[in-house]
Design a protein around this ligand. Structure first.
Ligand code: AMP
Length: 184
């Protein structure tokens, strides 16, 4: 099963992904986590993307697609994956679809978490993970980038009839129950 967890920054994608990993026994692929890990380890990729993440902008499609198509070849993803934070542009979605298609697979479910903007900002500011892009100014940029470049990915998968819209307001358990019920 290949699942995309979709939604704006602060919607709870990472939190719900953690719950889904153990419940569905699926691996998680978070492009944001991979970039942060590379930055921490000062790899060539890390050096290339540091200033982009710091600014709250998007890493170029080519770099992201190369990273994901390389990663997903690993044995651990053979039964499926939960994508978190990817795809973030229509171009990335098209590249992902083509890659999966070539391997006889597809995106089975696209779960989108809806949360009002005011709550998103409060959540990000209070999550206290010490991320350099979690400041009010950067959050504004990330939400703008989400509206301009990422939101069209929703329409892309809507056409493919795989979209499941979830109310992302409530307790972690309530939201997870909603996810389980749309996936059952
Ligand atoms: P996230 O942890 O998903 O919020 O991602 C943190 C940052 O990593 C984003 O603000 C982008 O700079 C970068 N990033 C993560 N995933 C992608 C992606 N699919 N495309 C482009 N940039 C990404």
């Amino acid at each position: 099963m290949n699942i995309i967890l979709f939604g704006p920054p602060g919607a709870g994608k990472g939190t719900q992904a953690e719950k889904m990993i153990s419940h569905y026994n699926l691996p998680h692929l978070s492009t944001g986590n991979i970039f942060r890990e590379n930055i921490k380890n000062k790899t060539a990729l890390g050096k290339k993307v540091t200033s982009i993440l710091d600014a709250g902008k998007l890493v170029p499609d080519e770099t992201v697609v190369e990273l994901v198509t390389d990663e997903i070849k690993k044995e651990k993803y053979k039964n499926g994956v939960i994508f978190d934070g990817f795809p973030r542009t229509v171009k990335q979605a098209e590249e992902l679809d083509a890659f999966l298609h070539k391997n006889g697979k597809k995106v089975d479910s696209f779960i989108t978490l809806s949360v009002p903007e005011k709550e998103l900002i409060n959540r990000i500011l209070s999550r206290g993970q010490g991320r350099s892009d979690d400041t009010p100014e950067k959050i504004k940029t990330r939400l703008q980038v989400y509206h301009d470049e990422t939101e069209p990915v929703f329409a892309h998968y809507k056409k493919k009839n795989v979209v499941k819209e979830i109310d992302g307001v409530g307790t972690i358990e309530e939201i997870f129950d909603r996810i389980k019920s749309v996936l059952s």
